[in-house]
Each structure stands twice: as structure tokens, then as C-alpha cells.
Design a protein around this ligand. Sequence first.
Ligand code: HEC
Length: 327
Amino acid sequence: MTEQINEISDYLRYATLSRVDRLREYLIYVAWSQALIATLGSLFLSEVMGFIPCNLCWYQRILMYPLVVIIGIGILLRDRRVQYYVLPLSLFGLGIGLYHSLLYYGLIPETLQPCTAGVPCSTRWIEWFGFVGIPFAAFTAFTVITLAVIWHKPSDDEEMNQTETSSQVSNQRWLKWASAALIAVYVGIVVVGLASRISENARLTETSSETTADEFTIATTVAPVALSTTPYPENFILTGQRVYLSQCSACHGQNAQGVTNLGLPLVNTEFMQERSDNDLLEFIRAGRHPSDPQSQTGMMMPGSGGNPALTDTEVLAVIAYLRSLTP
Ligand code: HEC
């Protein structure tokens, strides 16, 4: 009797295991769909939404786009070794995605960025749920592809479905450890992202209640007339210059003279002269979408220059700095 029960339970375990194994055949399609979604999504964001890819984004695109073709060919040829040519790309992408995410959430200081040329890598073009930006989405895609590919088991693996050899058992153990590590890193990034945005919001509410300070009143009450004799306090202009150089200069140029195929000039332009400081503040906060009838370049001016953590005072200081550049 006990023997029969044992036999039945063994059989059940075998049956469920092999069903799980069957599902593993399809993981290669999961990897392929994920690569396709990431590729189309990234093309949509740059070509339709007008977002400008940063340097790290380009490296990740270089690694992601070929995966659609490579995994696709692997599927067509039913190549059992597909993971060997997918993993080098996906793991490299995972590494860059990790670095980019840490930088995006402010754990790696700005000075270490390889993004000193071109668009800042920490630009927040969009953010869902308060912390899911483009770097996080890319990191998710590389994680999903890597996990799917290492767990994928080709369907013609007949001998594998029979008895498990000891090397397969140790292989399984290795897979479990690697997956646990990947998932732990992923959860770590989620925690870091949430923590960074929560602490930033707390800091913002704190400063905004403090900023009825003199600076703010001075900046907002000064009318934008007689611009050549900028009546802003020098300190305020210097603050503006510091903020400008770190937040706007990558797209608008060191001296706000504009950058070809990127940001427009901001000195001595009609746009700047016609508007009051408060109008400009409102404009810079909102940014300008390429679908805006006012759009001139077809590229996106990200709201708050891509850093919503800037305070109103800081943006007003930038405006004061820009006005002080008017000859
Ligand atoms: C990621 C690149 C980028 C960053 C960073 C950025 N801008 Fe822009 N900005 C643009 C682009 C692109 C345009 C042009 C949009 C268009 O085609 O109309 C623009 C347009 C503008 C305009 C309107 C100019 C006009 O004549 O219509 C102002 C003002 C402006 N930006 C201010 C700022 C300020 C201030 C900052 C820093 C806080 C900043 N921008 C940061 C890309 C950027």
C-alpha cells in the first residue's frame, strides 16, 4: 500500500515537473517579445515623442535592437545554443542598465557620468508610478530577457526529459542561484528608486514651504523691462548660472547660445524677451512637446529641463541668469 502511494506521488511529481519543463520551451518567445517591445518602445519614444536618447541609452539600444533578430533566428533554426549568443548582449545590457539606474536615482554622483556630452543621462522624460522611468524600463527588459533565456529549455531535449544526470542537477542549482541574484538586484533597484523619489518629495515639500524667502519675492516682482540693466542681485544670478550649467547647458549650450539639433538659443530671443519671469517659469516647468504647434525642432523640451526636483526659486534664478546674458 505505502509503495503504491509512493509510486503515485512520484508519478505526480514527475508529471508536474515535466509540465513546468514544457512551459520552459516557450520562454524563448518571452525573450523575443520582450526584446521586440523594448525596441519598438524605444523607437516610439525617440521618433514619435521626440525624446532625445542619452549616451547610455544609445549603448543599451545597440545591445537591445540586435536581440530581436538574433533571438528570432534562434527560434527559426530551433537552435539549442541560442542562449550562448543572447547572454553576452543581455548581460552587458543588464550591467549598463544597472549603472544607468543608479545614476538616474542619484546614487552615483553626476561627476562620474559618461554623459557629460549630449543629453544628461538623468533626464526624466517620463516617470510612471513616481519612479519608473526609461532607465528602469530598459533594466527590466534586460532582466526579463536574461532570465527567460537561461531558463529556456529546447523542446527537442528528449534525453533531458528522461532521467536527470548529476550535471543537470548542479546546472539547475546554478540556475536557481543566478536567478535569485538577478531578482535580488532587481528588487534592490526598485527599493532604491522608490526611496530616492520619496526622499526627494519630502525635501521638496520642505523647501517649498520655506521659499517665501527674499530671493523668490525679488525674482517674481521684478518686471522684465529694461533687461540690459538686470536688476537681480548678483548672488541670485550666480545661483542661476550654477543651476543652468548643470541642468540646461547640455541641450542649450554653455552660454545659452543653443546647440545644433538640440536645444534652441535662449539669449536675446523674442521668446525670452516677450515673456515675464512668471510666464517663463510656467513654460520651463511644463516643457514643450513636439506635437505643440509652437514646437520648432520636433524635439522634446522636457518639463523642468528633465529634473522636476528643481525648486521654483532655482528656475527663477536660471531665468535671471539668462536675462543677465543679454548684451
Ligand atoms: C534634454 C534637452 C533639454 C534640456 C535639458 C533643457 N532643454 Fe530647453 N529645450 C530643449 C529643446 C529641444 C527645445 C526646443 C523645443 C522646440 O522645438 O520648440 C527647448 C526649448 C526651450 C525654451 C523655449 C525656447 C524658444 O525660443 O521657444 C526655453 C525657454 C527652454 N528650453 C529653457 C530651458 C531651461 C531653462 C532648461 C534648464 C532648466 C532647459 N531648457 C533644459 C531641450 C532641452
